[in-house]
Design a protein around this ligand. Structure first.
Ligand code: SF4
Length: 293
């Protein structure tokens, strides 16, 4: 039994087996130049009757559901009372539920009071996925992220204090060649200043449709880094992150040629050494030849 989703539907890789309810459609911001996930949609919040009907239906078909993901791009933009109503109802209907999560932007978190955030967390919203992308203000501006390093740090810390598990994404190569150093330095600083529970490092990949817009926003200054330089960025990022708190770190190469994973602070050195080893063995990293832009 499948729900009638409003396509396209996205969710983080770690929610691949979760039951997904669309409580919002699209993204309330929809302007990041590297992201065309929701360009075809107008942001909207779905009415309670529709959401409730879907929860009721799926509670019959999949009563043992353990994980629920609330889509689309920034479900946390929902009014807090409405979110509490949705989350409470899901908890009531799925008695074996272990986790409810959704995507969030720094602004969604900062717009809400700590009290509201706590209430939603107590109602059952456990985990937020937030795109840091870069910790460099220059790069954040170039990609029209709509956030600066300080607001990202503030939002992650605020959500953690309210009880949320934070899973954050950063994008290697987002600064291109020119801003590579700033990108990595700033990103390591942001991660160190807010220690998200999980950090995933992705490699920039631009589909044809979005490539032109991305380059234009960069004013012609963007030159893609190659696989070797991407490994250098990963190396420097790992080296520059300083935290006493645990961060579960994971980096997947764009071509899935490798995965680096470990937990800060204890696995830091081991992860760095693995990247150094990979740099000396390019045949492992680049088995399929050069990838497209
Ligand atoms: S906030 Fe997220 S979903 Fe929205 S445009 Fe930016 S990256 Fe895409």
């Amino acid at each position: 039994m499948m729900l009638n989703y409003d396509a396209p539907l996205y969710r983080p890789p770690s929610e691949a087996r979760s039951l997904i309810f669309q409580v919002t459609l699209g993204c309330s911001f929809n302007e990041c130049s590297f992201c065309d996930m929701y360009r075809s949609k107008e942001y909207a919040e779905r009415p309670w009757d529709d959401v409730k009907a879907e929860i009721d239906m799926m509670a019959n078909y999949l009563p043992n559901t353990k994980r629920v993901f609330l889509a689309d791009g920034d479900a946390l933009n929902l009014d807090s009372d409405y979110m509490i109503k949705v989350v409470k109802y899901i908890k009531e209907k799925f008695v074996n539920l272990e986790r409810i999560s959704c995507y969030a932007m720094p602004m969604n978190i900062l717009k809400k009071s700590s009290e509201e955030l706590k209430k939603m967390n107590e109602a059952g919203l456990d985990m937020l996925y937030l795109g840091i992308e870069s910790g460099s203000d220059i790069v954040l501006k170039k990609v029209t992220k709509g956030a600066i390093a300080q607001t990202i740090i503030k939002s992650v810390n605020k959500a953690k204090e309210a009880g949320y598990t934070m899973s954050c994404m950063v994008i290697l190569g987002l600064g291109g060649k020119k801003y590579s150093k700033e990108h990595i330095k700033g990103t390591a600083e942001v991660i160190s200043a807010c220690s998200p529970n999980y950090v995933g490092a992705l490699t920039l990949y631009l589909e044809n449709g979005i490539k032109q817009e991305f380059l234009e926003k960069y004013n012609g200054e963007f030159i893609r880094i190659n696989d070797d330089e991407s490994l250098d960025e990963l190396h420097d990022l790992l080296s520059l992150i300083n935290t006493k708190d645990e961060i579960v770190f994971r980096a997947n190469h764009g071509s899935n040629a490798y995965t680096i994973k470990g937990t800060f602070p204890q696995d830091k050195q081991e992860m760095i050494e693995k990247v150094e080893w990979m740099k000396q063995h390019p045949e492992i990293v680049r088995p399929q030849g050069l990838r497209g832009f």
